[in-house]
Structures are given as structure tokens and as C-alpha cells.
Design a protein around this ligand. Sequence first.
Ligand code: FE2
Length: 302
Amino acid sequence: MGWIERWTQEDRGRFRAGVVRARHRLADSGLFCDPALEELIETHPRERLDIAMMDEGGSSRSWTDLSPGERNGADLLAGAREGRVWMNLREVFNIRPEYRALLGAVFAELRELHPRFRPDVIKGGLLISAPGARVPFHIDRTDPMLWHLRGKKRVYVYPRSAPVLNEADVEGVLIHPFNDDLPYKSAFDTRAQVFDLEPGEVLCWPVHTPHRVVNLEGLNVSMATDYTCHDVRVRNHAMMFNGLIRRRLGLTPSIEDSRGLGLAARAGLGFTARKLKLLPKAGMPALAAEAAAPVAEAGLAG
Ligand SMILES: [Fe+2]
């Protein structure tokens, strides 16, 4: 029996182009019970362990990094059961053999479901967070999938279009070395799709789709995977180039107007600009941001 369940014909048509909500049975692996989590946390390389706290609103400005110090895995897991602690064991599904095997098996199933799906980099981290934890409004640079395992959480998924998101916003994230957060307005929530995730559910949405997460109940544990496909690498580099000319020259490029050779040329120039460190400083405002074209809702699958 496979790890992925109820991935319908409709889901096959939507994958990477829209939101897919299906089921999985990863918890049956036995890799996510308390003793396993304690051992994982204790032995995970400290340079790949992120621990943070946030205030009640969960704004990115309120996020504060915490150090694991000398605390053992049981103490750190106990800490994550309370308050607003959030922990990410980055790439644990790439490092630990038994978890890497599970990630490989899950993506082998996805490739069976989608024969043209060719991710060339697949990463998996384990998110462990307290009942009161929140993740602020942001986009991811590659396609994300959230495989929920324990607890309950609410995921808000917003449209990739104005007024929620402009291309200049996406470019600003892509040229920044690490910040993925975007300015959030509560008025955006009327445009969001809202999903209350239970253990055993998987949710995914197209790359660059804004989202935020509010934990609802219990210790929350999820496998968070991201993968890169050729089309997204091309799109990201083309948008870096667009970000460069928007900020340096005041032009108003649109990724949706770029196709074929034009898109490839922009991607090549963006790649070169990144390698030569010619991209604008991350905080540099877009000269023509107010005139920026909205990101279209069109799918990216291919
Ligand atoms: Fe995300």
C-alpha cells in the first residue's frame, strides 16, 4: 500500500497549478511518535535546527530566535508543547536514512501519479510547533507541500494576484537572501481559502502563493517538503532580472508576458546578474511598484 491516499483525478489536474488537499499515512511509519521526535531533536545538527518564538499576533517582526543550549531532546520537545514555540529540523528528511527513505518513497509515488513531474531537488524538514504558534504571511521560492502529522492547524492560502500580491513583491523576495515575508493586511483574509488540517492530510499550492498558518490545537508536527523543477528555476531567475530592471531602470516588466526565448533570455540574464552579485539590494524599493502588473492566476504546471 502506498503512502499517499485519495489523490483524485481532479487533484492530478490541479497539482502545481492550484490547491490540492489529499490524505497520507506517513504516521504509520512510526517515525513521528514522542520518543522518535526527542531523539531526532537531540541529534539533529545544530546549524540546521531553527527554534523561534513569536507574539500572539505572530507577526514576522515579533519572531525571536532561541538557542537550544544544553537542553536535551525531551526538554526541547516539552518546550514546544507550550506557548508559541516553533521549531524546524531543516533537511532532516535528507540527512537521516530512515526519514530520507520515506521522503524518497513519497516522491516516487508522486512521480507515478504525475509521469511528467521531474523535481531535481527535493528537501524535507520537520516542523514541530506549539498550540499557539503562528507562521506569518509569506511566499516560498519553490513548490511547497505540507504533510500534516499531529495536532490541528489552520492554513490560509491567498490568491497570487493584486491586491494581495504584485510581481514586484515576488521579485523582492527572490532577490533577498533569506526573507520570505510579505506585508500583510487583515483585509486579505476575505480572499483566502481556509483549510483546517487534521493529522493525515497533505496540502499543497503553487509556487509563490502567499499563505500563513495558525496552530489550533495540540503539539503540531508536519513534514514540510519543497522541490524545485526546471520551470520554477527559469521563472525565478527571470523574475530576478525583472526585479533588477524595475528597481534600477523604473521599467514595469511582467513575467506573464514572457514566453519561450524571451523568458529564457530573462532567466539567463537573471542567473548572470545573481552570479555577478549585480542584483539590487534587497531593501531597494521598486521604482515602479505601484504600476507593477499583478501576478496572474494561471498555472505553472509543465
Ligand atoms: Fe511557506
